[in-house]
Design a protein around this ligand. Structure first.
Ligand code: SF4
Length: 331
């Protein structure tokens, strides 16, 4: 166990994030959307942990809780062994320097009235890094790192393509030399032809700068190459965690199997042999999720116990965790 948890940079324990949805006069009948509901995982230094699931499963909310863009409802978040989940806003400055975020939409995440120089320079100002000429040099260096040129610094976001805008967002995230970056669907809004370029660049930056990533995506094919380990989320819960190789070759949870079977394989022989798992029905509401296993309303293996008892995330193989009554814990 000691070996397994060696070099942990980020650890999330029993994280919950509920959003209140007020109903009726004076918010009398307040109900809660359980966006993240008792999620635990860890990320080692220098690795990429992929977090995958359908839209609304809670993956982005999890990322925003870790970066402390959202206050958490309960649970603990550790960064370098220090609990940061309850740190007050005024003490967050140092954490924000260490933990940065790259956003999904490169159009919406950049201020259209600021030049690239001002966008990348803003975090340097906030954290009082360098004098004016040093900042200028840092900005040029960052532009170079993300494959842009010095002359781009005087331009505005609308003068760039989607891929270039995402590079600007990455340069901004790198400005304060963070050690951990939450990449929230950073390639989903980009053309397929550009996606691989951005993923390769993120991998190169990781090697050069010793970065650790939480890489969020809605599709397993997007995280396959970049992730060392992957967590699969469904309706606010993690249902499976394994190394990228293990998850692709030996998925164990019925939901992971369904997600994997939806990935097109450009080889007709493999496609023919592969069993397609079609997910029936819609994802239930996170306001009133099913009792027991949350996946049971769409699971073809559902048994009586699945209605009655919530499956725990058990270690079923070497660092392969699954929450399903079909599988027994290895311990
Ligand atoms: Fe399906 Fe039951 Fe496993 Fe849930 S616990 S995934 S319903 S078999």
């Amino acid at each position: 166990m000691e070996e397994k948890t060696k070099d942990i940079l980020v650890e999330v324990k029993n994280l919950k994030k509920y959003f209140s949805v007020k109903k009726g006069f004076f918010g009398k009948n307040t109900v809660y959307t359980k966006a993240v509901d008792d999620v635990s995982f860890y990320i080692r230094k220098g690795e990429t942990f992929g977090l995958v699931g359908e839209s609304g499963c809670g993956k982005t909310t999890t990322g925003r809780c870790i970066t402390r863009l959202y206050d958490i409802t309960s649970g603990e978040i550790y960064f370098r062994g220090k609990e940061i989940g309850r740190v007050k806003e005024r003490s967050l400055k140092n954490i924000r320097k260490e933990i940065q975020m790259i956003f999904q939409d490169p159009y919406a995440s950049l201020n259209s009235r600021m030049t690239v120089r001002d966008i990348i320079g803003e975090p340097l100002d906030i954290h009082n890094i360098g004098n004016e000429s040093e900042r200028q040099e840092i900005i040029y260096e960052l532009l170079n790192k993300v494959g842009l040129k010095k002359e781009h610094s005087n331009r505005f976001p609308h003068e760039f393509s989607g891929g270039q805008r995402q590079r600007i967002g990455i340069a901004r995230a790198l400005a304060v030399e963070p050690s951990f970056i939450v990449c929230d669907e950073p390639i989903s809004a980009l053309d397929v032809s550009i996606q691989a370029q951005v993923v390769n660049m993120l991998e190169d930056l990781q090697k050069d700068m010793g970065l650790t990533y939480l890489f969020i995506a809605h599709d397993l094919s997007m995280v396959k190459h970049i992730s060392d380990r992957i967590g699969v989320m469904y309706l606010g819960k993690i249902v499976e965690i394994a190394s990228s190789k293990e998850l692709y070759n030996k998925p164990k949870h019925p939901y992971t199997k369904a997600l994997l079977s939806a990935i097109p394989i450009p080889d007709p022989d493999v496609t023919e042999k592969r069993q397609t798992v079609v997910l029936e029905g819609e994802v239930p509401s996170p306001i009133n999720p099913p009792a027991g296993c949350r996946f049971r309303t769409r699971c073809k293996y559902a048994m009586d116990i699945c209605k009655e008892k919530e499956p725990k995330l058990n270690d079923v193989d070497e660092e392969h965790f699954v929450a399903c009554h079909l599988l027994k814990s290895s311990s």
